[in-house]
Design a protein around this ligand. Structure first.
Ligand code: NI
Length: 198
């Protein structure tokens, strides 16, 4: 089932999400729905708060980045082919390396992209969908996608990582997003829309 993606301005996006238990009701169905909703919106990652669940869960599929790199080889895209994963109760244990900038976007903030600096390498522990504990190291785009999604479960958006000046320049567009005053090709839920169109 395709779930509406919560737009910028909804308090659920600013909340630190809670860990979940193994018997969390409807977990597998939620994971399936999150993948379906992410693909429908042409995203490479989606965090549970973006579909209204304040829990520490996100899904990623970096295949589109790998496909882009087929035409134009890019070492940052290494390992992204088939990089489809579920992260439950993740913890970024370590971030290292040089900070590098990338033009990030977010399904909750359509049509806005900004350069965001993040470190190049992460070590993350998490439970996979079979509740096996994993510890993995990622670099390049894979690390970048995970860092962005991990921010979501900490209540952080990429617009919190740009300069106050840049954010001020975006304020009108951000408020239009909250009000639903935008054109978007996937289902969204807008916190400040006065009348929900059917
Ligand atoms: Ni996002």
């Amino acid at each position: 089932m395709i779930l509406p993606i919560v737009a910028y301005g909804d308090p659920v996006l600013k909340r630190e999400a809670a860990e979940i238990e193994r018997d969390h009701e409807g977990l597998n169905e939620l994971i399936d729905d999150m993948f379906e909703s992410m693909y429908e919106a042409s995203g490479v990652g989606l965090a549970a708060p973006q579909v209204g669940h304040s829990i520490r869960l996100f899904v990623v599929d970096g295949t589109p980045f790998a496909e882009d790199a087929e035409d134009e080889p890019d070492p940052r895209a290494e390992g992204l082919d088939g990089f489809k994963k579920v992260f439950i109760n993740p913890i970024i244990e370590e971030e290292s390396g040089e900070e590098w900038s990338f033009n990030e976007g977010c399904l909750s903030i359509p049509d806005i992209r900004e350069e965001v600096y993040r470190k190049e390498r992460i070590v993350i522990t998490y439970y996979d969908q079979n509740w096996e504990l994993q510890e993995e190291t990622y670099e390049g785009f894979a690390a970048r996608i995970i860092q962005h999604e991990y921010d979501h479960i900490e209540g952080i958006l990429f617009t919190d990582r740009i300069s106050p000046l840049k954010k001020r320049l975006l304020s009108k567009r951000l408020s239009n997003i909250s009000k639903g005053d935008i054109k978007v090709l996937y289902r969204m839920k807008f916190p400040l829309r006065k009348k929900q169109r059917s």
